[in-house]
Design a protein. Structure first.
Length: 588
């Protein structure tokens, strides 16, 4: 379900011009060094590099992950309201005895530290209404897999912002995250050496076109964040970025995932001191997109040194990975595991309720309001959705004539239904399928799709990733579409394919099963068991841009009316129109 394309692929998120200078200056601040860990606690930070979520993020430059990345120069910042929270998954139940909060100037006056076994029921282990900001080393006692900082009163007009959230456990040391098994292409058991390590660049960009595109973004193993040279001073040659590996290392491989602003001519260089550099790779025919370079060199510092830009813009990298041995590597969070074979049903809704009953609120969130993409409908609070008593959910689009409860604030032209599993069910990898009968008529736009779950915690579209499993336009119900949207390919430039039924049959005549089979290698889209489009991860990275689908997603069903793509309904459409859903199932 394509969202509108903005004027750029990157947003600054500077919400108010009057605070722009304050926000920019904050990027240069570094918090005071944290005090030594509490004596009774272990010395390790159990939160570092662990999966983390938050109630919101001020913008893409200040994600939740920045509070647990071990970098004192990056931070999480929330929306400017109460309450707000940030929580970290420690991987297993821990005996927690210390929490360190390194606050930015926007700190919590009243907040709790809470623990949980399931991220649903929370137990407070520390409460204050007189928080003083700065760096707080808190002695606590509690047990849980999840730890949350829950703020109820901000100390300033801004949000909550943490340079670092550290958690100490009482075992003396924490159980380290298992190191991912080296892939066969990593000779001699090479490891990723650059993850989370400090980066330095010739210039960095932080404006409306690329907010917070600082050097550390190239080393965070997040394919939706990037480094870019400054638009005001850095769209020149040369341009460079380097990483400090923490100790001398043997470098065997470098992976560069370029933004369209890539280097035509560049070197990979190493150095013992970040002063004297030795080239270990040179090219004048850089191709952009993803480049995997086999190299051989020694050094503590590794630099990409660009001497000729391929475009009128600067240099920009989504990812800069250094692989080898030695250094001082930080173990990244483990990648998700592929689905089991054979897969098992883990979630479903068969829509077998009594006639007139509403969608199950334990499984679905009703998504009310006006749709994006210049759509014409208003999505109501379940007024347009009910079971038919024969095993199907009915999502009905209606033409409205008078004002009423279905149209808050006055008369709306059309009403319809949209619902999602956000906050109820998310998953990474597996087979997701739905059996659907779509309606026919000009201006209709039924869809079965998924959004990256970090969209719910502040990451803007399309950085969260979108997977459209099925879209059909009511004006042409002989054609369906499956499409991916990401920062480098979205909107009308999404990566996907149209397809038809065998023999040119009409999708609106009967139910059909649309499915996405999703794993670490890509996504295979099928219709009634027939493959209609394959999105191979390696191919996308080599020809389109970053692959942003290796994290949790949630499911969406909706029936839109009008919009940029389908156009408006007309006298031939004939309302009401119904989209029928027999079931939705997820296998892993």
């Amino acid at each position: 379900m394509r969202l509108p394309r903005g004027p750029s692929r990157c947003r600054s998120g500077l919400l108010f011009a009057t605070v722009a200078a304050v926000i920019t200056s904050c990027l240069t601040l570094v918090p005071a060094a944290a005090a030594a860990p509490l004596a009774a606690c272990g010395t390790d930070n159990a939160a570092r590099g662990r999966p983390v979520t938050a109630s919101s993020a001020e913008n893409i430059a200040f994600p939740a992950a920045s509070a647990v990345d071990g970098d004192p120069g990056t931070r999480w910042s929330s929306a400017f309201s109460d309450p707000q929270w940030i929580q970290v998954d420690l991987g297993s139940a821990k005996e927690i005895c210390g929490v360190t909060l390194a606050w930015e100037a926007a700190y919590g006056r009243a907040f709790q530290i809470q623990t949980s076994s399931d991220a649903a029921a929370w137990t407070p282990i520390y409460t204050t209404t007189t928080g003083a900001g700065g760096t707080q080393n808190l002695a606590v006692t509690g047990t849980g897999r999840y730890l949350r900082v829950y703020g109820t009163q901000r100390a300033t007009q801004y949000g909550y912002s943490l340079w670092e959230l550290a958690v100490q456990t009482g075992s003396g040391t924490t159980t380290p995250t298992p190191t991912p098994t080296p892939t066969p292409s990593d000779p001699g058991g090479d490891r990723l050496l650059s993850y989370g390590r400090p980066g330095v660049a010739s210039t960095t960009q932080d404006d409306v076109n690329c907010g917070g595109c600082v050097a550390s973004r190239a080393f965070d193993r997040d394919p939706a964040t990037r480094w870019a040279t400054s638009s005001t001073t850095g769209w020149v040659d040369p341009g460079w970025i380097y990483v400090d590996l923490g100790a001398t290392a043997q470098i065997h491989k470098v992976i560069l995932q370029w933004d369209p602003a890539y280097a035509k001519a560049f070197q990979i260089q190493t150095s013992p001191d970040a002063v004297t550099w030795t080239p270990i790779y040179t090219t004048t025919t850089g191709t952009g997109f993803k480049q995997t370079l086999t190299v051989n060199g020694t050094g503590r510092y590794v630099r990409m040194y660009g001497t000729q830009r391929a475009t009128a813009y600067g240099y920009s990298l989504w990812e800069f990975q250094v692989w080898g041995t030695g250094g001082a590597p930080i173990t990244p969070p483990p990648l998700p595991s592929d689905p089991r074979n054979p897969p098992q049903l883990v979630w479903s809704d068969e829509f077998n309720g009594a006639a007139g009953s509403r969608p199950d609120p334990a499984k679905w969130t009703t998504d009310t309001g006006t749709g994006p993409n210049n759509e014409l409908e208003y999505y109501t609070n379940n007024n347009n959705a009910s079971m038919d008593g024969a095993g199907s959910l009915v999502m009905e689009a209606r033409k409205e004539v008078t004002a009423g409860s279905s149209c808050p604030g006055g008369t709306c032209q059309y009403t319809s239904h949209r619902m999602n599993t956000g906050g109820r069910f998310t998953f990474t990898y597996g087979r997701v399928e739905a059996r659907i009968k779509v309606p026919k008529g000009n201006g209709l736009w039924p869809a079965f799709w998924m959004m990256g779950a970090d969209f719910l915690t502040g990451r803007p579209w399309p950085y969260n990733g979108e997977v459209d499993i099925m879209e059909v336009l009511g004006k042409d119900t002989k054609t369906a579409y499956s499409t991916l949207h990401a920062p480098a390919y979205n909107g009308g430039g999404g990566y996907g394919s149209p397809y038809t039924l065998t023999g040119g049959a009409d999708f609106s005549d009967d139910f059909h099963i649309w499915a996405a089979n999703w794993d670490s290698k890509g996504i295979v889209f099928t219709l009634d068991g027939r493959t209609v489009f394959t999105a191979d991860k390696a191919t996308v990275e080599a020809t389109r841009g970053p692959w942003v689908y290796d994290h949790p997603f949630y499911i969406i069903l909706n029936l839109a009316v009008g919009g940029d793509w389908p156009g408006p309904p007309d006298a031939t459409t004939g309302f009401p129109k119904r989209m029928l859903v027999d079931y939705v199932r997820v296998y892993q």
